[in-house]
Design a protein around this ligand. Structure first.
Ligand SMILES: [Zn+2]
Length: 164
């Protein structure tokens, strides 16, 4: 139900709604990336190999798992950039240890750079770096459609390869 304050739509309400769309899109998208990369690196939907250290990590994110064994969706260019936040090459399976500790400290940048070019073709890392200042704003409809799209893609992968 839309809330109206003095006949106008509440801004606070609109802002909250927008963040909800982003959150739903983030969740579906990162689940898709992790599933895709588990399959690409191990052939299983259960685990895969970290883009930067090569260690095996789970598809499912679980804080109780050793950070080196816990899979996350690791962005090469930080996700504050909305243009690259949902770029299929900028997002890859990465263990929580590399993502949360090493990458934030800048220690795996070169490893990520090299892995990107190996995985997606020479020049990919540079291309992403060159796109880092491109500004974009996604509409709610667009985010909603993409969320549904990735949910369907995950369901297709699980149906085909099994969900473990
Ligand atoms: Zn790692």
């Amino acid at each position: 139900m839309t809330k109206f304050i003095f006949g106008r739509k509440s801004n606070a309400f609109s802002k909250k709604k927008r963040s909800c769309y982003i959150k739903a899109y983030d969740t579906a998208f990162s689940q898709y990336i992790k599933t895709r990369d588990c399959l690409m690196t191990s052939g299983s939907t259960r685990y895969g190999f970290c883009i930067t250290c090569g260690g095996s990590c789970s598809r499912v994110y679980d804080e109780s798992i050793d950070p080196k064994r816990c899979g996350t969706n690791g962005h090469y260019i930080a996700r504050a950039n909305m243009f690259l936040r949902y770029d299929l090459r900028n997002n890859n399976l990465q263990c929580r240890y590399c993502n949360d500790f090493l990458q934030k400290a800048g220690w795996v940048k070169e490893a990520y750079r090299e892995a990107l070019d190996k995985k997606w073709g020479a020049g990919t890392a540079q291309l992403l770096e060159d796109s880092r200042f491109i500004m974009t704003k996604l509409s709610r409809t667009e985010m909603e459609e993409k969320t549904e799209y990735y949910k369907e893609e995950i369901a297709i992968l699980f149906k085909q390869f099994g969900e473990m």
